[in-house]
Every structure is written in structure tokens, then in C-alpha cells.
Design a protein around this ligand. Structure first.
Ligand code: SF4
Length: 333
């Protein structure tokens, strides 16, 4: 965004680390003129803190983000944002639980829910009465532009004909977008010489309503095929929503099958209600469309070596299948 940093207004603001988007989101604080405590990437300690103070029945993202907020409070944050959603999943309760934990631990840090969407403008204004709505709107849309630019660069369109295997990634959004949670999955896959398509870049989450209205388009998506996938998804999952991005996981798995992808990776944190609900539906789609689906579940007990082995085996199978299909090799079971 690049505007000058204004004078410090006494707020020391932070938020949970959020992968490559962390610095883009952090610019909001700079632009408003708050002192920013830039969160650190989640470490083993971050996870341990979250696991220690969040109820074990809560999902892994709630624990990792709590650990990140505790570390921000330790570094003197007076106010922290935590991302919430207007959807029907328990992410919208994270801020309540996290605020309670910080209070019990004796921090004076206030937790503010921030919706990653059009409501953000009012929520940011509410946090700082000296901020005009016009300025908040300008900052908000500037941030969105940067997020979109980042996504367009990092998740480009994938050509229909490619010699490399094409893999689509579906699942819970934080697990997809936070490398510390998915154990650097995208980086690992890129090194394995495959093409990856992310069904849920952050810009899609934020702009969803505009995409659905057709006001803006996702360059990396074949909209005609996506509409077809939405229709076919009704047969498998005739429910409007299950919360989180469970419905999207169903639609995009079909989309990838229709687009001739070689495989799908389904990412979910434990114990994620929407993603575990649709897991068996994805298995059915995998069978019907002959599309391999690898499911990876992450929590504090996940071991990187196990994830690596499964990824390597999956990619190896896809490569052998692809060679077989192209007539350049023999496919053995
Ligand atoms: S989508 Fe899954 S991980 Fe996210 S809040 Fe809901 S249950 Fe938790």
C-alpha cells in the first residue's frame, strides 16, 4: 500500500500469524498509524502454548492462533485482531475463547474480532474512533488489492495440457494457507515438479460474495466448468452449507475431476467438523471420477516425516499414472 506511517496513537496492535499474508495484513496497522507488533511464524512453542490453554476439543487452528496471540501479548500487544467469519462454523467463536484465555493469564490485551470481508471497515473504525470511514475504506480496499495481487502471482492458472501432474488442493482454509500448519506443503509440492492449484486463496475467501455475484472473476478458474461442478455437487451434497469450506471441497474436487487434474489433496485440521463431514463424500467422488484423493489431517501430533512420505508416494503414483496415460510408460498397480 505504501502510504506514510502516521503518528503512534498508543495502540500496540498484533494478530495471529497468517502465512505469506501476514505482512500484507500488517500494513493496515501501519496505514492507520498504530504501532504494529508483527507476529512471528508459529514455532513449536507457539503450538505448545495454544494446545496448553485451548480446550483439547477445539480445532487445531484455534490452538495455533491462540499461541500466536499469547506470544503477541507477551511482547506487549494492547489489542489483537483475530479473524472471524460470518459463516456458520466455530471460527466465529475463536475470539471469545482466546480473549478469555488472555484474561485468565493476566494480560490486559483486548481481542477484537475482524471479519475478513466488507464488515472489516466498520470493525476497524470501531477500534479507533479517530479513523474516518473514508480512510478505513481506502485502507481496506488497498489491502484487498495487495492480497489479490499476491494470489494471482502465487496461484496462477494451470494449462489444460501439461506434461506435469496437476494437483488441486481443497479443505480448511487456514490449513491450506498457513505453511506452519500444513508443514510447507505447497513448497514441497513445487519441488516435486507438479503443478498445484489452490481452490481457496485468501482473495477468494474475502471477495466470495463478489465472485458469486459475477462482479469479479477468478482468472485461474474456468467458470463454465465450475458451474457444471456446482450442479453435479448437488447430487453428492444436497445441503446449502455445512460451515467452513466443506461445500467448496465437494465442488472443487468435482471441478478438478472435470478439468482433468491428476489428483486432489484434501487438507484438514483435527477435529474439523465440516471437512470431516464431507470426507466420505470426497471419497465417493474420487471413486466415481477415478481421481486419486490424498487426505492429510494436521494437529499438534502430526509428524513431518510421515507427511513427507505420504506426499512423495502420492506424487510418485500420479507421475506413473500420467506417464501411463501419455503412452510413455507402463502403469503398474
Ligand atoms: S472449519 Fe474446521 S477448523 Fe475451521 S472453525 Fe470450523 S471446525 Fe474449526
Amino acid at each position: 500500500m505504501g502510504a506514510a506511517i502516521e503518528k503512534n496513537k498508543g495502540l500496540r496492535v498484533s494478530f495471529p500469524y497468517f502465512g505469506s499474508y501476514t505482512h500484507i495484513i500488517g500494513e493496515i496497522a501501519h496505514e492507520v498509524g498504530w504501532e504494529l507488533i508483527i507476529p512471528s511464524p508459529p514455532s513449536k512453542r507457539t503450538v505448545e502454548l495454544g494446545v496448553k490453554y485451548m480446550n483439547e476439543l477445539m480445532c487445531y487452528p484455534a490452538k495455533v492462533t491462540l499461541g500466536s496471540l499469547i506470544e503477541a501479548a507477551e511482547r506487549g500487544a494492547t489489542d489483537v485482531f483475530t479473524f472471524t467469519s460470518c459463516g456458520s462454523c466455530r471460527q466465529k467463536a475463536y475470539w471469545v475463547l482466546q480473549g478469555e484465555v488472555l484474561k485468565r493469564l493476566g494480560y490486559k490485551t483486548t481481542v477484537h474480532p475482524i471479519t475478513l470481508g466488507i464488515h472489516s471497515i466498520s470493525e476497524i473504525c470501531a477500534l479507533d474512533s479517530s479513523l474516518s470511514r473514508w480512510k478505513a475504506t481506502r485502507i481496506f480496499f488497498g489491502t484487498l488489492r495487495e492480497i489479490k495481487k499476491f494470489d494471482d502471482l502465487n496461484y496462477p492458472e494451470i494449462s489444460d495440457c501439461s506434461a506435469q501432474p496437476k494437483i488441486g488442493v481443497v479443505g480448511e482454509i487456514y490449513t491450506i494457507l498457513e505453511p506452519a500448519v500444513n508443514m510447507n506443503l505447497f513448497e514441497k509440492l513445487r519441488k516435486m515438479d507438479v503443478l498445484i492449484h489452490n481452490s481457496l486463496p485468501l482473495s477468494y475467501f474475502v471477495f466470495k460474495i463478489f465472485y458469486e455475484m459475477g462482479v469479479i472473476k477468478r482468472k485461474d478458474i474456468d467458470i463454465k466448468v465450475l458451474k457444471e461442478a456446482e450442479e453435479k455437487a448437488k447430487k453428492y451434497f444436497p445441503i446449502k452449507t455445512i460451515g467452513g469450506h466443506g461445500k467448496e471441497a465437494v465442488i472443487y474436487t468435482i471441478y478438478y475431476a472435470l478439468k482433468g487434474f491428476d489428483g486432489v489433496i484434501h487438507l484438514l485440521p483435527f477435529p474439523c467438523m465440516p471437512e470431516s463431514t464431507v470426507a466420505s463424500i470426497l471419497d465417493g467422488i474420487s471413486e466415481d471420477y477415478n481421481l486419486p484423493v490424498l487426505r492429510l489431517v494436521f494437529d499438534e501430533h502430526s509428524g513431518e516425516a510421515g507427511v513427507d512420505t505420504r506426499l512423495e508416494a502420492f506424487v510418485d503414483i500420479l507421475k506413473r499414472k500420467k506417464r501411463g496415460r501419455n503412452g510413455k510408460g507402463i502403469l503398474r498397480a
